[in-house]
Write a protein that binds this ligand. Structure first.
Ligand SMILES: [Zn+2]
Length: 256
């Protein structure tokens, strides 16, 4: 009898399980990404924030959370997309840190930008950010071909997911600015390879400029990383509430 009760409780808690989220910590392994003035790497910050976000989403939203990498290993952008699509998640978040090339620009630029996919970048700076984040794919044989890119981008505007990616971007961006009080560099659009071909609503968040002396120091601080994770959780929660209001159903992982 006791076994039966325990089993029933386990089954009912599974039935009320939360959303399925894929978090993608940028770079890894030989690809360090951008670096701070003191030599701290983007790949390390992205992984720390991703782990904190996983814990926060599990705790606050009873989410099931999968990371595209949970160690300092390199997975190519196409592998990350493939990994996510196989899981069929409710949403996908890629975590990165921004960077400026020259000393003058490093000292001047800080703040948060949130991106969703588009064929054309929303500005020259957005185009440069996508070019930098796409660089590792271009160095790899598995980079999308020109034909694949034009197919994906042509299809983009018609997809309902694209609208949801935009909603997700605004939702997490507003929560990030509210929580961190970082400089608001806005929601932007650009052709990021890691967002192409994803079936789920997907955004890439540049959680701050690791190349800026002040913001770079914050980004490596576990307390600030926890604040970023908290804000992202709030953003995801608000986004899911919007979908629920629109579609009239609670978002649950596949199989429930
Ligand atoms: Zn990056």
């Amino acid at each position: 009898m006791r076994v039966f009760v325990v089993l029933t409780l386990a089954l009912s808690s599974a039935a009320f399980a939360g959303p399925l989220v894929v978090i993608d910590p940028g770079h890894g392994g030989t690809q360090g990404g951008a670096s701070s003035p003191t030599g701290q790497l983007e790949k390390t910050v992205a992984l720390s924030v991703a782990k904190l976000l996983k814990a926060s989403l599990e705790r606050e939203l009873q989410a099931t959370v999968k990371l595209t990498r949970d160690t300092d290993a390199l997975f190519h952008l196409s592998q990350r997309v493939e990994f996510a699509n196989k899981l069929n998640p409710d949403l996908f978040l890629s975590i990165h840190c921004n960077s400026m090339p020259t000393l003058k620009q490093k000292l001047k630029n800080d703040g948060i930008e949130t991106y969703f996919l588009s064929a054309a970048a929303s500005g020259e700076e957005a185009r440069k950010v996508a070019a930098r984040e796409n660089a590792e794919a271009l160095a790899h044989a598995k980079a999308p071909s020109g034909d694949t890119l034009s197919f994906i981008l042509a299809d983009l505007q018609r997809s309902e997911t694209h609208g949801d990616s935009s909603r997700l971007a605004y939702s997490v961006h507003e929560a990030l600015i509210e929580e961190t009080r970082a400089t608001n560099r806005g929601v932007q659009q650009a052709p990021f390879y890691v967002l192409m071909g994803l079936a789920a609503p997907a955004v890439l968040v540049e959680i701050g400029f690791i190349s800026h002396p002040g913001e770079g120091a914050k980004l490596v601080d576990p307390a600030y990383q926890a604040q970023v994770a908290k804000a992202l959780t709030t953003g995801v929660k608000r986004f899911l509430a919007q979908l629920e209001a629109r579609d009239g159903k609670k978002v649950e992982p596949p199989g429930h």
